[in-house]
Design a protein around this ligand. Structure first.
Ligand SMILES: NC(=O)c1ccc[n+]([C@@H]2O[C@H](COP(=O)([O-])OP(=O)(O)OC[C@H]3O[C@@H](n4cnc5c(N)ncnc54)[C@H](O)[C@@H]3O)[C@@H](O)[C@H]2O)c1
Length: 269
């Protein structure tokens, strides 16, 4: 079956996520929370999955009351396949179906090449790469079983396009891998009406990023801070990325799959 031609739909219909259900991983804070917020505003019911269950529950309550949306939180560890399966099952049992899965949970430790332990390397890969693979596979299986299509969105990074700075070799490797996964999964899932897209942010102010910066020595921190303002004159904020994810999740992007959208304020141009 060819993907639907939505050119006769109004702008309001195209951006609406009414009657759709989304899962967003790592959505207790940062980019994930902003993404959950915009998807709910567009009409989706949303499952927020995160290791930080209390923070996830507070986020779910706040978003639900702001938009009158159905938003539930669950403890999710994307390194644990059973936990991923449980989240997918919960989305269907609590919210009715599964249409959109956003692989957002990610780690970005700053550890130099010669100080990186095997354990830390494996942990970055388990969250950033295998977690995305397992989440995508589980979501796709549910969509196929239910006999409808869907959208899988992976949060990549400009670090999926270029080397960034000393200290992030595991992160850069994992994000290049995720960008490759977007291309390959798009091919495998297109026959099932499932689109797979990446969104690649530049630096945005989030709780995780601010904590990572704070942990650096003052000299390094001020060197990095001096490079952060983009050619658009400010640093990115989570909603800059959430709006791009909403575009990908909605029928606005109906003829797109396999590509990764750079949201980088011109960083890579
Ligand atoms: N903030 C940026 O500048 C930026 C830029 C490019 C890409 N990204 C990517 O965006 C994503 C989110 O980044 P952020 O800055 O919002 O991060 P953040 O650290 O602020 O939030 C990440 C969330 O993921 C959760 N998480 C971590 N490990 C998990 C696991 N195993 N299972 C489930 N949840 C887990 C954390 O508890 C946290 O709530 C990451 O994939 C990151 O690589 C961020």
């Amino acid at each position: 079956m060819p993907i639907a031609d939505v050119s006769g739909h109004s702008l309001q219909q195209l951006i609406s996520l009414e009657n759709r259900v989304a899962v967003v991983t790592g959505a207790a804070q940062g980019l994930g929370r902003a993404i959950a917020n915009r998807l709910a505003e567009a009409g989706a019911s949303v499952l927020i999955g995160d290791l930080k269950i209390e923070q996830a529950e507070r986020a779910a309550e706040e978003i639900a009351s702001r938009y009158g949306a159905r938003v539930v939180a669950t403890r999710l560890d994307v390194t644990d396949s059973d936990s991923i399966v449980a989240a997918a099952v919960l989305a269907v049992s609590e919210l009715g179906r599964l249409d959109i899965w956003v692989n957002n949970a990610g780690l970005y430790p700053n550890v130099g090449l010669f100080d990186m332990s095997d354990e830390l390397w494996d942990n970055v890969m388990a969250v950033n790469l295998r977690g995305v693979y397992r989440g995508s596979r589980e979501a796709a299986q549910r969509m196929i079983d239910a006999g409808h299509g869907g959208v899988i969105i992976n949060i990549v990074s400009t670090a999926g396009f270029n080397g960034v700075a000393p200290g992030v070799s595991a992160y850069v490797t994992s994000k290049h891998g995720v960008r490759g996964m977007v291309k390959q999964m798009a091919m495998e899932l297109a026959p099932h009406d499932i689109r797979v897209l990446g969104v690649a942010p530049t630096f945005c102010e989030t709780e995780g990023n601010m904590a990572a910066l704070d942990a650096l020595p003052e000299r390094v921190r001020s060197e990095i801070a001096a490079t952060l303002t983009s050619m658009l004159g400010r640093v990115g904020v989570p909603d800059d990325i959430a709006r791009a994810v909403l575009f990908c999740a909605s029928d606005m992007s109906m003829f797109m799959t396999g590509s990764t959208l750079l949201v980088d304020a011109g960083e890579t141009c």
